[in-house]
Design a protein around this ligand. Structure first.
Ligand SMILES: C[S@@+](CC[C@H](N)C(=O)[O-])C[C@H]1O[C@@H](n2cnc3c(N)ncnc32)[C@H](O)[C@@H]1O
Length: 130
């Protein structure tokens, strides 16, 4: 595992489950604001990022969603994977899996109906500085 920086939105129990087998000293937990400029130490440092139940039209304006997606894209290594997913009120899990290709995101797979922001994500990149 190249990076062990985990979002703080996890419960302690979830954190323990997904990190069992990794020595405690090798795990960093960082508070984060996806609307702010990426901390330099996050830029192009991640092989896989999963954003669950946050990049939602229910919570944020389109401008804010674009900014968050741009930030997440900027954190990926070349060919890195971004998973944007959401659990909907009908209890279905829907999302899209993207791969960073150059400065763009390409949708490579879909979970359920796909992400509601898939189109925004694939449009991102060409006009925005990483
Ligand atoms: C519905 S919870 C989802 C938590 C977790 N990802 C999950 O799927 O259970 C939404 C989370 O987004 C976080 N959040 C809200 N605004 C944010 C921002 N600007 N940057 C990063 N996280 C944010 C909240 O703190 C909250 O933990």
């Amino acid at each position: 595992m190249a990076n062990r920086i985990l979002p703080v939105a996890l419960s302690r129990r979830s954190l323990m489950l997904i990190t069992s087998g990794i020595p405690r000293r090798k795990i960093q937990v960082r508070e984060d604001d996806l609307l702010q400029k990426n901390p330099p130490e996050f830029v192009e440092k991640f092989d896989v990022i999963r954003a669950a139940n946050i990049i939602n039209r229910q919570y944020f304006s389109e401008l804010a969603l674009r900014r968050m997606i741009d930030n997440l894209r900027g954190r990926l290594r070349p060919n890195g994977i971004l998973i944007i997913c959401r659990t909907h009120d009908d209890n279905t899990n829907n999302g899209t899996i993207f791969r960073r290709h150059g400065s763009n995101l390409q949708a490579v797979d879909r979970i359920g109906r796909g992400s509601e922001v898939a189109e925004l994500a694939v449009q991102s990149g060409s006009s925005v500085e990483l």
